[in-house]
Design a protein around this ligand. Structure first.
Ligand SMILES: [Zn+2]
Ligand SMILES: [Zn+2]
Length: 172
């Protein structure tokens, strides 16, 4: 009791169609899920996420190509990382000290600008630590009698001798 050739062929064809249909459906569904996940990693906009799913669902093969062409180029995590890196770079540039006289980059340990001779820092008369010019007390040793702009001269010369003080001032 053998089936006629045409019927055998027809049943094979049915099985083949069913299997390929199932594979195609599975592939199609997983592409939709992938597109939704991928879009959610790239945007928080719910309308854009729905649009991505609709395009991939309605146009099974072309939809995924259209999605790949039109999707945002970077993920939210990537753009967050890029923003952090940019901010860090900007802060580094802002924090780099520059001379108020000639705007050239200076070293934080310099007392004078080597290019235009502008005074950048002063040294504490007691502990010799570097201080900002406007500070009138030393944060390192607590010396509270530091003249804001002439720290070195004031303490290097005793106040009692008028003659010495004028010479010191001329040396500035
Ligand atoms: Zn300078
Ligand atoms: Zn000091």
């Amino acid at each position: 009791m053998t089936l006629p050739l045409s019927e055998t062929l027809a049943s094979y064809l049915t099985i083949f169609t069913a299997i390929s249909g199932a594979i195609f459906a599975a592939l199609w569904l997983s592409l939709i899920v992938w597109a939704l996940r991928d879009m959610r990693a790239r945007t928080r906009d719910p309308i854009a996420q729905i649009m991505a799913v609709v395009v991939v669902a309605v146009l099974p093969v072309a939809g995924i190509l259209i999605y790949l062409i039109l999707r945002p180029s970077e993920t939210l995590a990537e753009s967050y990382e890029r923003a952090l890196a940019e901010e860090a770079l900007l802060q580094e540039i802002e924090e780099r000290p520059s001379c108020p006289g000639c705007s050239r980059t200076t070293d934080p340990h310099w007392i004078l600008c080597p290019h235009c001779h502008t005074r950048l820092k002063k040294a504490c008369p007691d502990c010799n630590s570097l201080m900002e010019l406007q500070w009138n007390l030393c944060p390192f040793c607590g010396n509270q009698h530091v003249n804001p702009f002439q720290a070195d001269e004031k303490t290097a010369v005793p106040d009692t001798d008028k003659e010495d003080e004028t010479t010191a001032e001329r040396e500035i």
